[in-house]
Design a protein around this ligand. Structure first.
Ligand code: FES
Length: 94
């Protein structure tokens, strides 16, 4: 799912319309907020040239988390259910 025409957009690129469930070890991570990273859900520097910056977060102990892949969460980097509202608006995208 690539959409490089959104590189300079103010809207993030929707990577998926659902979160990715991951088991993360304790440590510091950088969540991709632009949707352009090829190392989803983490930053790989793909935001360069956009107004997006990665969101740093820390996991203090090994745990399973739901990481936002639609990039519209208000609780980054975690899914807050916002992707449900996008489903109808972006169904042509899928
Ligand atoms: S995947 Fe983004 S809010 Fe759920």
């Amino acid at each position: 799912m690539t959409n490089s025409t959104q590189n300079l957009s103010k809207n993030p690129t929707i990577v998926d319309n659902k979160p990715t469930i991951m088991q993360l070890e304790a440590g510091k991570y950088y969540w991709c907020s632009c949707g352009l990273s090829t190392n989803q859900p983490f930053c790989n520097g793909g935001h360069k040239g956009t107004e997006f910056t990665p969101v740093a977060f820390e996991i203090t102990e090994k745990q399973t988390v739901a990481v936002c892949q639609c990039k519209y969460t208000a609780n980054a980097p975690f899914c807050d259910g916002s992707h449900i509202k996008l489903d109808s608006a972006s169904s042509a995208h899928a």
